[in-house]
Design a protein around this ligand. Sequence first.
Ligand code: RIB
Length: 318
Amino acid sequence: MGRVLVVGSLNMDLVVEVDEMPKIGQTIKGKSLEYIPGGKGANQAYAAAKLGAGVFMIGAVGNDANSSVLLRNLESAGVDTTGISIADRETTGIAFVLVNKQGDNQIIIISGANSKVLPGMIDEKSYLVENCDIVLMQLEIPLETVIYTADLAKKHNKVVILNPAPAQDSLPGKLLENVDILTPNETELEMLTGDKISGLDLGPGPGLNLEGVVLSARKLIRQGVKNVIVTLGKHGAVLVTEDGFVHKKSYDVGTVVDTTAAGDCFSAALAVACLKNQPLEQSMEFANMAASISVTRKGAQPSLPSLAEVEEALAALK
Ligand code: RIB
């Protein structure tokens, strides 16, 4: 199989389990506190490696105790971490994650060393861009770096997958035209396009406005993205291209306990399936299954499934 280069963030997640999310001004009791390896970039790197790809990562951590835990965890999955720098004067990224009893989350990130992943770092490690097949990115590092890396990757004819998370108001055309596959969730799509999609039931199931999703995703296609795959949680995902759309349902493989990193898992699994030259529709099924398994487990990286687990679960459907 080929190689994925992940350019992105690493965070130590401080995960607090709660019954309900606190309201403004409210003090509530948490049920537990755990330190769990996370960060959208690191989660994607970890997931892709567990799914069998060769994975390199470019990113940055601080010179503190959290950094070694994060690096060791990535290495345990087989990720090559030689592209991850130590930013001496910064702390390792931190994410405060609240998870309620429905498995939904609210996250606050403190960027720390992730803010030091600048274009110069990509230049120093440009051999990693040259030697990979797919570049996979998210938006927890400076946007200028994402723009720069996508441009460099396209100069070397690499496939660029961008997971536009956390949500942004808009993304520049010079980035979007270098993106082969964009993987927003519904909220990210709404923010990127300014459209209101959720809450309107216009489609194959309650709570799904498929027509709105497709029309909205087409706006991004018109700005230069080749394929938009919108992740829809329990409704699966929809692939939107210039010519049409394909909706693939998610799988019910157990009780949802924690949705943290489900989107990261989807994007990474999609990259792995693309490495195998699978058509995008089939890649979405693989990614939907990987993400469906991840939400049945707690935490970011500990929830991410192996290739065998995903293949067995898909085989069990036949
Ligand atoms: O996507 C989930 C991730 O978002 C968490 O692991 C947290 O670190 C934040 O980056």
